[in-house]
Design a protein around this ligand. Structure first.
Ligand code: SF4
Ligand code: SF4
Length: 426
């Protein structure tokens, strides 16, 4: 497609893979994607849909786009959580999440500007190596403070203190956001309860840099390679990740960058392995009817649907009901793909809609294994004026295994300790 269509068109076409150039031509305009897109009901314009975006990428790459096509494409590309629902329902199976990310990169390289809030977020990640703009030295404080508060069974060593084959990777949100630090504390405690010998990286833990990829930053591959080299040098066998975004980063985006000998597992996969082997034993009853929200990065993007449900199924007394949209058809809460930065109004509406779906399923609570979805759905409950509680999956297991460290107990304990934290939502 590259040729004499103008330098911008050539740059955009050159920024897409051969397969993607075929995909943008292959759309049959059937409109199935419009019926399923979680954004479209809240902003029903053609450019929001997969069909609308594909048509305009085709025009831009072909050098026949008008200024209004350019504006509409930028609008549609950034008002998208890259949730992948349009990929699942597309009869041609166009790999839309990959295409949107690559198109964002190609457009940025051709001089078309992305939303200011995303530009600022990328700048923060590059400058501080985390999305919160906090000093790197504070990254491991959650473990030190939780240890002082007595939430662990023993020390949670850094890798330099104990070179373990299993590494727990907390990620930026559970490390720096005070309201989400209980996720990291509960994750580490559950590993201890199962007798796993593991370490954390503490202040040396890097940002996974996956947001650079999500938002179309040129530096992603270079940054990922640096991080992969550091991780590979530690001779770690298994990296356990409790954030769905970091998991997609380390597991999928680092494919071909991180040595294949390094196993990257989401926490729920590892927990299910421990329960299945008998090392972790849910014992106390948790009499609650919950519904499970599939994070896009875990479910649709990586096919992990079973393990989190099996973990929940192993908890005595816990009853799981499914929402109308679940598994591959699970409706996105709007927290992915930088959508919350570009269009916070849409994110709130999407998560409020998801909360209403959970209520309609007859659940007493929503459970999700991702702290970012937890934040998004909690905002959605507030926007929907719903009293439905939203829990991290860890909370259900903790109530069954070690009920003395509930999420609220940890949050209160960390608050009264002498550390630092505070929310500054990415
Ligand atoms: S579902 Fe696929 S083929 Fe149909 S309009 Fe959407 S992108 Fe095109
Ligand atoms: S990736 Fe999700 S939000 Fe984006 S167009 Fe497709 S269905 Fe809509």
């Amino acid at each position: 497609m590259a040729g004499d269509k103008g330098p911008q068109a050539d740059k955009i076409a050159a920024g897409l893979t051969r397969r993607q150039l075929i995909e943008i031509e292959a759309c049959s305009r059937c409109g199935e994607c419009l019926l399923w897109c979680p954004v479209f009901p809240h902003d029903p314009r053609e450019e929001i849909s997969s069909r609308g975006k594909l048509g305009r990428i085709r025009k831009l790459a072909g050098g026949i786009a008008s200024p209004s096509d350019e504006a509409a494409l930028l609008d549609g590309l950034y008002a998208c959580s890259a949730c992948g629902q349009c990929h699942v329902v597309c009869p041609i199976r166009i790999n839309t999440p990959e295409l949107w990310e690559q198109a964002r990169l190609a457009l940025a390289n051709s001089g078309l500007l992305q939303p200011e809030a995303q530009i600022q977020q990328l700048k923060t990640i590059r400058e501080y190596d985390n999305s919160y703009g906090k000093p790197r030295a504070q990254r491991g404080l959650w473990a030190e403070r939780a240890s002082r508060a007595g939430f662990f069974l023993g020390p949670v060593p850094t890798w330099s203190e104990q070179q373990s084959e299993v590494l727990y990777f907390a990620g930026c949100t559970a490390s720096f956001d005070e309201t989400m630090q209980p996720v990291a504390v509960q994750s580490a405690r559950l590993l201890q309860e199962a007798g796993v010998r593991f370490s954390i990286l503490g202040a040396d833990e890097p940002c996974c840099a996956s947001k650079l990829r999500r938002m179309g930053d040129n530096e992603f591959r270079t940054e990922a390679s640096r991080r992969a080299e550091m991780l590979a040098g530690k001779k770690v066998r298994t990296i356990v990740v409790s954030c769905a975004g970091c998991f997609k980063g380390l597991h999928s985006d680092y494919r071909g960058i991180l040595p294949p000998s390094v196993e990257v597992l989401h926490l729920t996969e590892f927990l299910w392995r421990l329960i299945r082997e008998g090392s972790l034993k849910p014992r106390h009853e948790v009499p609650l009817t919950v519904t499970y929200h599939d994070p896009c990065h875990l479910g649709r993007h990586n096919g992990i649907y079973e393990e989190p449900r099996k973990v929940l199924g192993s908890i005595p007394g816990l009853h799981v009901v499914e929402m109308k949209r679940s598994g591959p058809f699970s409706a996105c809460c709007g927290m992915g793909g930088g959508l919350k930065l570009a269009r916070p109004d849409l994110q709130k509406k999407m998560s409020a809609a998801r909360i209403r779906e959970a209520e309609a399923a007859g659940a007493e609570a929503v459970v999700t294994p991702c702290q970012t979805c937890l934040m998004g759905l909690s905002a959605g409950a507030a926007a929907a004026a719903s009293s439905l509680p939203v829990f991290h999956l860890n909370e259900m297991l903790v109530r069954s295994v070690c009920p003395e460290i509930t999420f609220d107990t940890i949050a209160a304990g960390l608050k009264s300790s002498d550390g630092q934290g505070g929310r500054s939502a990415p």
